[in-house]
Design a protein around this ligand. Structure first.
Ligand code: GDP
Ligand code: IMO
Ligand code: MG
Length: 433
C-alpha cells in the first residue's frame, strides 16, 4: 500500500511569542476546512489585518475569520468561558457570527475567576519569582488541571448541578488560601461565579463536542486541518527559558496531546520568527537592545502587546536560539515576519553564538541565571532601506535583505519560504519550497 502524505499543516512560534503567527495562519488557512487551537488560552493575542480591518483574537483561532472554516478549541486549551463569549460577541458585533462554526472540546479545562485572581496575587509579590504573566489565569488553571481534584472542564458545563457543591467548596478553599497566603481573599463571590457559569453553560452548550473524535472523523472524510500554535517555543514549559515560560507545550510537541491527534498527523509544519527578536514579561533575553536601537525597533514595529498592551522588549535576531528551536520543533520551513521593520538600519545584527565565562556553549543553558549571564556573538550585516511593504517577489528585495535571509537559512538549516513585509494579508512574499 502506498504511503499517503498528510495534508494537515501547523504554524508555531519559534521565539517568545508574538512572532506574527496570526497573520501567517490567516494567510494559509484559506485552503483548509478546520483550524485548531491546541495550547494556552486567552494569554495569546493573534492579530490579523484585512484591508482597513484589524482583528485581535485571544481564544478563538484566527482561522475562523475565513468564511467556511470551522474553529476548534482543543482539549489542551484552557478556556475562560466569559472571555470566550466576549470575543464571540465582539466578532458578532462586527458582522461575523462564528459561533455556528465553533467547536469547544469537552475535555478542555475552564479558567475560573479565582485562577485570574491567583495569577494577579502571585505576581503581586506572593510568588518567589515574578514571571510577568498576562494575568489571564493560565498558570493557576493548568496547575489545578494537574492537581485534578479542584479542576473543572468544559464538559462540566453540561451538568452544572453535578458540580455545584464542588465549585462552592473550591471557591471557599481558594478564598481561605488567598487570605492566608496574600492577606487578600480576592473578593471571591460564589453567587457571581455561579451566575456566570450558568450563563456560559447556556450559551456555550451547542458548541461543546468531543473535538479529538471530530477532527479525526473529519480528516478521515478528506477534510484538511490546520493547527494554530499559541505563544512560542521559547515559552514552552519543558523546553523554554524556565521558569520564565508559559504553562503549556507550545510547539509541535504540544499538538498531539493538546489537539488529540496522533504524533504523525501533520504533514507540513511552519515555524514563524520575526526578523528580530522580542519578548514580553520577565526573564533573560540575551540579544535585548536596551538603548536607542531597541526603542527604534519597538516604534518601527509597533511592538506593544496585543493582549496586555505592554511594550515588548526588542533585540537583534537571536539566531542561536532560533536554530535550537528549529531543531527541537522539527519545522521544515520558516516564515520570516517584520522584514520591513528592519528597513533603515545601517547595520543589522544577528546572534550566532552564546558564550558563558569566555567559552562557547553548545546549547541554550537550562539555568535562567546562566542564560541571564551569557554573552552573545553578534554579527553585524549591512542593512537596507526603503519601504519593503509593496514587494511581492523575493528578487525585488534589496540585496542586503536577501543576504540577511540567506544568513538566517544557513544558521537555521531550513529554508525561509514566506517573507512578511507588512501586517496585511497581501504583504507577503512566497518563496519556493
Ligand atoms: P502572534 O501572537 O504571533 O500572532 O503575533 P501578534 O499578533 O501578537 O503580533 C504581531 C504584530 O505584528 C501584529 O500587530 C501584526 O499585525 C504585526 N505584523 C505581522 N507581520 C508583520 C510584518 O511582516 N510587518 C509588520 N510591520 N507588522 C507585522
Ligand atoms: P501569542 O500567542 C507573547 C508570556 C507572558 C509571560 C509568560 C507567562 O500572542 O504569541 P502566562 O500568562 O502565559 O502565564 O505568561 O509568557 N506569554 C506571551 N508572550 N505572546 C504570547 O502569546 C504569550 N503568551 C504568554 O508575557 O512572560
Ligand atoms: Mg501575540
Amino acid at each position: 500500500m502506498a504511503m499517503k502524505t498528510s495534508p494537515h499543516t501547523a504554524v508555531v512560534g519559534l521565539a517568545w511569542g508574538d512572532e506574527g503567527k496570526g497573520k501567517i495562519v490567516d494567510l494559509l488557512c484559506a485552503d483548509y476546512d478546520i483550524v485548531v487551537r491546541y495550547n494556552g488560552g486567552a494569554n495569546a493575542g493573534h492579530t490579523v489585518c484585512i484591508g482597513d480591518k484589524k482583528f485581535a483574537l485571544h481564544l478563538l483561532p484566527v482561522g475562523v475569520l475565513r468564511e467556511g472554516v470551522v474553529g476548534v478549541i482543543g482539549p489542551g486549551v484552557v478556556v475562560d468561558p466569559v472571555a470566550l463569549l466576549a470575543e464571540l460577541d465582539e466578532l458578532a458585533q462586527r458582522g461575523m457570527d462564528v459561533s455556528k462554526r465553533l467547536r469547544i472540546s469537552d475535555r478542555a479545562h475552564l479558567v475560573m475567576p479565582y485562577h485570574k485572581i491567583e495569577d494577579r496575587l502571585r505576581e503581586g509579590g506572593g510568588a518567589a519569582q515574578k514571571i510577568g504573566t498576562t494575568a489571564r489565569g493560565i498558570g493557576p488553571c493548568y496547575a489545578d488541571k494537574m492537581l485534578r481534584s479542584p479542576a473543572l472542564r468544559v464538559a462540566d458545563l453540561l451538568d452544572l448541578q453535578g458540580v455545584e457543591t464542588r465549585v462552592r467548596k473550591t471557591v471557599d478553599g481558594k478564598r481561605s488560601i488567598f487570605q492566608a497566603r496574600y492577606g487578600d481573599d480576592g473578593d471571591l463571590n460564589f453567587g457571581e461565579i455561579w451566575a456566570d457559569m450558568r450563563m456560559a453553560a447556556e450559551r456555550l452548550k451547542p458548541m461543546i463536542a468531543d473535538c479529538s473524535t471530530y477532527v479525526l472523523d473529519q480528516a478521515d472524510a478528506g477534510k484538511r486541518v490546520f493547527f494554530e500554535g499559541a505563544n512560542g517555543m521559547l515559552l514552552d514549559v519543558d523546553h523554554g527559558t524556565y521558569p520564565f515560560v508559559t504553562s503549556s507545550h507550545t510547539g509541535p510537541q504540544g499538538i498531539a496531546a493538546g489537539a488529540g491527534v496522533p504524533h504523525n498527523f501533520i504533514g507540513r509544519c511552519i515555524g514563524v520568527t520575526k526578523a528580530y527578536t522580542t519578548r514580553v514579561g520577565e526573564g533573560p533575553f540575551p540579544t535585548e537592545l536596551l538603548g536607542e536601537v531597541g526603542d527604534q525597533i519597538r516604534e518601527a514595529g509597533h511592538e506593544y502587546g496585543t493582549t496586555t498592551g505592554r511594550p515588548r522588549r526588542c533585540g537583534w535576531l537571536d539566531a542561536f536560539a532560533l536554530r535550537a528551536m528549529v531543531r527541537l520543533s522539527g519545522v521544515s520551513e520558516i516564515a520570516l515576519a517584520h522584514l520591513d521593520t528592519l528597513s533603515g538600519f545601517e547595520k543589522v545584527g544577528i546572534c550566532t553564538q552564546y558564550r558563558l565565562k569566555g567559552r562557547d556553549v553548545p546549547a541554550i543553558p537550562a539555568s535562567a541565571a546562566d542564560l541571564a549571564h551569557v554573552d552573545t556573538v553578534i554579527e553585524l550585516m549591512p542593512g537596507w532601506s526603503g519601504d519593503l511593504s509593496a514587494y511581492t517577489a523575493s528578487a525585488e528585495l534589496p540585496e542586503p535583505a536577501r543576504n540577511y535571509i540567506a544568513k538566517i537559512e544557513a544558521i537555521a538549516g531550513v529554508p525561509v519560504t514566506l517573507v512578511s513585509v507588512g501586517p496585511d494579508r497581501e504583504q507577503t512574499i512566497v518563496r519556493s519550497r
